[in-house]
Design a protein around this ligand. Structure first.
Ligand code: TYM
Length: 338
């Protein structure tokens, strides 16, 4: 078993990242059996796909390392690194560019959403970054990739690329790549914006009121929940009653994910009650769940020497882990490197 996943280091870690992905990273790290390994990385090369601020990228990367360690990623047990220090990612992407098809990339919903009507004006990197993402996991023979629902399509692409490469270039009994499985948490696959229950909670939303950030203090979190968009109806007692109520469903889903309960259990307790009762309970649960993480994050984030050292050590280990697969890919393609 090899667990691999990544996160973009631009912007804050928010509740969607935490419940959709990072909490699962920590759980998987903590339950690994002997011989299994987990690698987690900051996808800093992905920042180039959209306009970015070079001056802020290193600081954002270190801040994200602090956030991940605060959430429970242990750099002694997991390999924690950033892509830019492991050139094998970019190298393997180039090798996989020969296998990935334009039509596959054209179908990526994230590409369609981000490019909108202005495809011609986008960077080539925005179009091809799902191939880098495939390289990110295939380089390490990942078996399990814990992600939120929005990354599922990219993981399917990684499987398609791996399969085609194996078919085209490898003997049947000696494939170069392992097909990775996405691991998506049922209860928090897609956390939505607090301002619009039909849009996912995201770092790129211009309104900070749309998301809970790990760095928010208790008052800010409570304020954001208080101001979260809802409707005037009390909560239903059955899950079916949430079907047409995106905002209510999102808040109940967040409560359930944080409390480790099912949506049905939460409605069993709060069904028939209004948001005047439910919102303060949710705010309190958020503060007690995220408060300790926030405190660790604040304590760590200024210590750039320690954070840089974590990345340097992680990158050395990642380069070692990735080299055999990269060499095998070069060989399979007939590229000789003496
Ligand atoms: P990123 O940085 O947007 O998000 C990191 C992780 O958080 C999950 N996530 C969510 N889950 C539930 N609800 C939400 N509202 C929400 N928002 C984000 C994402 O699904 C993701 O798991 N391209 C990736 C980073 C990446 C990667 C990889 C992931 C690069 N290479 C290889 C896995 C494997 C990204 O932009 O995630």
């Amino acid at each position: 078993m090899r667990v691999v996943s990544g996160i973009q280091p631009t912007g804050n870690l928010h509740l969607g990242n935490y419940l959709g992905a990072i909490r699962n990273w920590v759980r998987m790290q903590d339950s690994l059996e002997d011989g299994a390994e987990a690698l987690f990385f900051l996808a800093d090369l992905h920042a180039l796909s959209q306009p970015h601020d070079p001056a802020g990228l290193h600081a954002g990367t270190l801040e994200m390392v602090a956030a991940l360690v605060a959430c429970g990623i242990d750099p002694d047990r997991s390999v924690l690194f950033n892509q830019a220090q492991v050139p094998q990612h970019a190298e393997l992407q180039w090798l996989l560019n020969g296998t990935a098809r334009m039509g596959w990339l054209n179908r990526m919903t994230q590409w369609k959403d981000k490019a909108g009507k202005n495809r011609e004006g986008q960077s080539v990197a925005l179009f091809t970054y799902p191939v880098l993402q495939a390289a990110d996991v295939l380089l390490y023979q990942a078996t399990h990739v814990p992600v939120g629902e929005d990354q599922k399509q990219h993981l399917e692409l990684a499987r398609d690329i791996a399969q085609k490469f194996n078919n085209d270039f490898c003997p049947e009994d000696a494939p170069v790549f392992t097909l990775p499985e996405p691991i998506i948490p049922a209860e928090a696959a897609r956390i939505m914006s607090l301002r619009d229950g039909t849009a996912k909670m995201s770092k790129s939303d211009p309104s900070d009121m749309s998301r809970i950030n790990l760095s928010d203090d208790a008052d800010t979190m409570a304020q954001k929940i208080k101001k979260a968009k809802t409707d005037p109806e009390p909560l239903p007692s059955e899950e079916a009653g949430l079907a047409e109520r995106a905002e209510a469903r999102n808040l109940v889903g967040i409560y359930a994910a944080l409390a480790g309960q099912s949506v049905g259990d939460v409605l069993g307790e709060y069904g028939g009650q209004g948001f005047g009762t439910f919102k303060p309970a949710l705010a309190e649960l958020l503060v007690t769940s995220l408060g300790p993480i926030r405190d660790r994050f604040v304590a760590l984030k200024g210590d750039s020497e320690t954070l840089d050292a974590i990345l340097a050590r992680g990158a050395a280990r990642a380069r070692e882990r990735g080299t055999p697969t990269l060499d095998a890919a070069y060989r399979a393609l007939g590229l000789v490197r003496h």
